[in-house]
Design a protein around this ligand. Structure first.
Ligand code: ZN
Length: 132
């Protein structure tokens, strides 16, 4: 198991295999050798880690990710950004007797067709909302 620091991640470039969602095996694009599957732990924050299944070339140490794992990494980086709160805005909450409501700026809802929102609780007072 290897640890990689997310701040250094830009320097660790993963090659993403297009069309290979969850590949069982991969070949190195440089050496054409069969790559070895490895578990990698990516540190997102002091105590938040995600595990990724990567493939590593034993000759040139190039690392590849399947599409599924790449998506997982993308999501994790979004969560990390959300949790670090370097970008945030304040909205007023209204209470209608049962529910609290707030307005979502239209810039956040481009391409919204279903007018549905999925709410994933993250903690007692924190959640992540995905507009459909
Ligand atoms: Zn290689």
């Amino acid at each position: 198991m290897k640890n990689i620091d997310l701040d250094k991640l830009e320097k660790v470039s993963f090659e993403i295999e297009k069309g290979a969602f969850e590949p069982k095996e991969l070949h190195c694009s440089a050496c054409k050798k069969k790559m070895k599957p490895a578990d990698m732990e990516v540190q997102l924050d002091d105590n938040i880690y995600i595990k990724l299944k990567v493939f590593e070339c034993s000759s040139c140490h190039k690392q590849s990710l399947g599409l599924e794992e790449a998506k997982k990494l993308d999501k994790a980086m979004l969560f990390r950004r959300a949790l670090s709160k370097d970008f945030k805005m304040e909205r007023n909450l209204s209470f209608d007797g049962d529910n609290y409501t707030f307005r979502i700026p239209k810039e956040f809802t481009q391409g919204v067709s279903k007018r549905k929102i999925e709410i994933v609780p993250l903690g007692a007072k924190e959640f992540c909302a995905v507009v459909g």
